[in-house]
Design a protein around this ligand. Sequence first.
Ligand code: UDP
Ligand code: MG
Length: 149
Amino acid sequence: MERTFIAVKPDGVQRGLIGEIIKRFETRGFRLVASKFMKASEDFMKTHYLDLKDMPFYAGLCKYMSSGPVFAMVWEGQNIVKLVRMMLGETNPADSKPGSIRGDLCINIGRNIIHGSDTLENAKREVGLWFKAEEFVEYTPCTQPFLYE
Ligand code: UDP
Ligand code: MG
């Protein structure tokens, strides 16, 4: 099983899309293992997006991501990092196919409503950055035999 970090960005929160976004991961069969509603600081977002520090949009992105609340989550499932990235669509909603989250719910690259880790290595880093060990909820899901052979 893999875990990935997903966040509904401030634009997604303001537009009332938290429920719609959670629903897609729930109905796919993934398992929620941690979540919190919070406002991140600009410094925290700079650390989160450190690999983009040389990009022209980095400063504006970090400022925007800290301008309002985000809904941060960790989800678990087989091959989840890759599958969630497919569910998100492309970084630019204009290139995202209908059926994907960005292709269905947003228009502009700077307001693309959701973050999802892009590699397993980054997922581990981001999960550790956003969540402490005690924030994970341990439980036995009853659906596993019906989702996995
Ligand atoms: N972004 C932007 N302009 C760009 C490229 C990216 O504003 O030209 C923003 C966008 O919100 C994106 C985030 O920066 O989601 C992180 O960029 P990345 O390339 O990691 O895209 P993602 O992994 O979110 O698809
Ligand atoms: Mg990224």
